[in-house]
Write a protein that binds this ligand. Structure first.
Ligand code: HEM
Length: 308
């Protein structure tokens, strides 16, 4: 494989230390399942981007929903992150990915801070995390506090189809005239946001949300709607711990219709959903966390593909 940057290797090493190592699984969002879908653009964003899947004909998509834990055994009834990774299959034979979680902002502003955070979250020899270490991290990097508040209060969704998901980073849309607009993506569930308490979810199976979605799809499709928030000059594009003001204009980009589990779960589990796999009409922002993710996902992919 191509050598990856040492920082990305060190980050994945520390993700394994913080969560444990589970051969064959992704080093984050370890347990997940993939579904067949289509994405139909609303036609409302063609003045801002030339991206074919956001402006043209409907496209097929593959969606992986996941529990964020690095262990595949984190129960779905717990207050853990949930992921949505969408791979849009474009008419020219290429793919483009959009990866989100049920958090509006991230918990570290740079890859270096994220590395320090992982160290603070790594259990000691007694197998326990030391809360003082996390407090120390938050005191040193107070910009991470909103992300941690969101982690502490995130809803436990009744379904993967009843959660809201954010792609968090800024991306840059480019239109036919070459003009640029910074955007942030968010998926809204057409069923509305619905959640349960930890007590109500206490008897759920570990992989309840996958089973729930499979049951629900047997009765009909589940839809999520893609929104974008448009930045105004001065809104930060390089700091994923900071939300943009809530009054920024928004557009409805399109509708994702999730239809059925994919036929070959093992094949799709083996793929990478890479947040930096963009397409013409979309560019990466200057967010350093977005930049390191490409390499970190490649390190995880290499390891999980070759685990004994
Ligand atoms: C420094 C920041 C981050 C690092 C180092 C990191 C690392 C990773 C790694 C190593 C994987 C497993 C990749 C694979 O084996 O295919 C992963 C998966 C994932 N991450 Fe991140 N991540 C970061 C930030 C984020 C952010 C900001 C989001 C939210 C937008 C996010 C959402 C996800 C999701 C949804 C998956 C599962 C993707 C799938 O289903 O294939 N991550 N992450």
């Amino acid at each position: 494989m191509t050598a990856q940057p040492p920082l990305a290797v060190e980050i994945v090493d520390n993700m394994e230390k913080a969560s444990g190592k589970f051969p064959g699984y992704r080093r984050a969002h370890a347990r997940g399942a993939c579904f067949q879908a289509t994405f139909e653009p609303t036609g409302k964003v063609a003045e801002l981007t030339t991206a074919a899947h956001l402006t043209g004909e409907p496209v097929a998509a593959t969606v992986r929903f996941s529990n964020a834990g690095g262990s595949p055994h984190v129960p779905d009834g717990s207050r853990s992150g949930r992921g949505i990774a969408v791979k849009f299959h474009l008419a020219d034979g290429t793919d483009t990915d959009l990866v989100g979680v049920n958090l509006p902002v991230f918990i570290a502003a740079t890859p270096e801070h994220f590395l320090k955070l992982l160290a603070a979250l790594t259990p000691g020899e007694d197998g326990q995390r030391d809360p003082a270490k996390l407090q120390g991290f938050l005191a040193e990097y107070p910009e991470a506090v909103p992300g941690f508040q969101a982690v502490g209060t995130m809803p436990i969704p009744t379904s993967y189809g009843t959660a809201r998901y954010w792609a968090i980073h800024a991306f840059t849309w480019v239109n036919a005239q070459g003009q640029r607009q910074s955007v942030r993506y968010r998926w809204e569930p057409d069923l509305g946001e619905q959640s349960v308490t930890e007590q109500e979810a206490a008897d759920w199976d570990e992989a309840y949300l996958t089973e729930e979605l499979e049951r629900r799809l047997a009765d009909g499709p589940v839809r999520l709607t893609l929104h974008v928030q448009l930045a105004e000059p001065g809104d930060p594009t390089n700091d994923c711990t900071k939300a943009w003001p809530a009054d920024r204009p928004e557009l409805v980009v399109g509708h994702l219709t999730i239809k059925a589990p994919v036929a070959d779960q093992a094949y799709w589990a083996g793929q990478v959903f890479d947040p930096t796999r963009v397409t013409a009409g979309i560019e990466l922002s200057d967010d350093p966390v977005l930049a390191i993710r490409k390499a970190a996902y490649a390190v995880s992919y290499e390891r999980r593909s070759h685990d004994a």
